[in-house]
Design a protein around this ligand. Structure first.
Ligand code: PLP
Length: 390
């Protein structure tokens, strides 16, 4: 058993601890798969086998054909590749929700700078993007330019709110556009229905207990990607650069494990609910019950709470001193003074500035969560006793 004073990791949405089987596979691959997987000789072919096994595993996880899986450096690059594919020299319109990960919203802004018409879709206060709002945005954008792509994530990275992807897919396809789904926070947590109907799907290995630095974009057959990088013929020229067989070995194991992980994640919902209840009690005792950000259907492992009167980044810093790793926004935005754009779009800047996200995973125990709530109580009483800042 872990000592109570050790760090309690409640930031599984930022990244997951690599699974021991993943580490073992990478270690084993390091011995035999150091050659360049593009080389045609024996050592090269041996290295290439690891890359192709990973491709098969990712194809099975996502429900796509292995031929249509392109490896990238992670979710960010997969999202950039997906958005970029639809817009070359032709003009066109992109419809994108305001609660996407920055690797989608910033890529959309980049496309807008190149003349693509970008129509933004606001979320409901619940954190869900309504299918009707997507339909409306497509219809309005179509009056300006042909809508080539709609991008909607499967599960929000900050609130865990599940988005209506299948309904959105029907709307998008009826209007002859394509749907990109950022499933980085959905694979391994929810079954494939969460990205049903998607034409392009982004995933990242490190969110499913695989290594960092590798992800993939899976696309419907026949769909041509427009490379972001220019170079050799790797990944059929869609993503040039020498592939990493070690990362691929880890991704293969992580993707295979992720196929039945949703059942393990479903069992986490009661733990997440107990954590929420304990934190609410602790907040109430300290004079401010937290408010939950994200209603309705949520993935089972995330809770995002705003603490009126407190700042989320200060709470996270104080929790860190107590040995609890949580987050006040997406990890990629951490260190910026900006409140979360996701929560701002849902509920306004004050609610965003006081938010803390707790995300749990397969290894989290009830004991961890009870101890985390006790540590939160200590944090609140310590911060309350500090003189108010002007
Ligand atoms: C929903 C979502 N999309 C994309 C990404 C980016 O993935 P990566 O960190 O692998 O670049 C993240 C990472 O937090 C994410 O949560």
């Amino acid at each position: 058993m872990r000592p109570a004073s050790s760090v309690i990791y409640l930031d599984w949405n930022a990244t997951t601890p690599p699974h021991p089987e993943v580490l073992a596979a990478m270690q084993a691959a390091a011995e035999v798969a150091w050659a360049n997987p593009a080389s045609v000789h024996g050592p090269g072919r041996r290295a290439r086998a690891f890359v192709e096994q990973a491709r098969e595993a990712v194809a099975r996880l996502t429900g796509f054909d292995a031929r249509d899986v392109t490896f990238t450096s992670g979710g960010t690059e997969a999202n950039n590749l997906a958005l970029g594919h639809a817009f070359g020299d032709e003009a066109g319109a992109l419809v994108v929700s305001r609660i996407e990960h920055p690797s989608v919203t910033r890529a959309a802004e980049g496309l807008a700078g190149r003349g693509v018409h970008v129509a933004w879709v606001d979320p409901e206060p619940s954190g869900r993007v309504a299918p009707e709002a997507i339909a409306d945005a497509i219809d309005r954008a179509a009056a300006v330019a042909p809508v080539r792509l709609v991008s909607l994530q499967a599960v929000n990275h900050e609130t865990g709110v599940v988005q209506p992807v299948a309904e959105a897919a029907a709307i998008v396809h009826a209007r002859r556009a394509r749907l990109h789904v950022d499933a980085v926070q959905a694979v391994g947590r929810l079954p494939p229905e969460a990205w049903a109907g998607a034409d392009l799907v982004s995933v990242a290995a490190h969110k499913i207990r695989g290594p960092k630095g590798i992800g993939a974009l899976a696309v419907r057959p026949g769909l041509r990607l427009r490379p972001v990088l220019l170079g050799g013929a790797q990944e059929r020229g869609m993503r040039p650069g020498t592939q990493d067989p070690l990362a691929a070995a880890g991704f293969a194991v992580a993707a295979r494990r992720a196929i039945d992980a949703p059942a393990r994640y479903a069992a986490l919902a009661p733990l997440r609910d107990r954590l929420e209840a304990a934190l609410t009690q602790v907040g109430r005792a300290a004079g401010a019950a937290p408010l939950r950000n994200g209603d309705g259907a949520r993935a089972p492992h995330v809770t995002n709470l705003s603490w009126p009167g407190w700042r989320g980044d200060e709470l996270c810093a104080a929790l860190d001193l107590e040995g609890v790793a949580a987050s006040s926004g997406a990890a990629c935005s951490a260190g910026t003074a900006e409140p979360s754009p996701v929560l701002t779009a849902m509920l306004g800047p004050e609610r965003a500035a006081s938010a803390v996200r707790f995300s749990i995973g397969e290894d989290t125990t009830e004991t961890d969560l009870a101890e985390a709530a006790l540590r939160m109580a200590r944090v609140l009483s310590r911060l309350r006793s500090l003189p108010a800042r002007s």
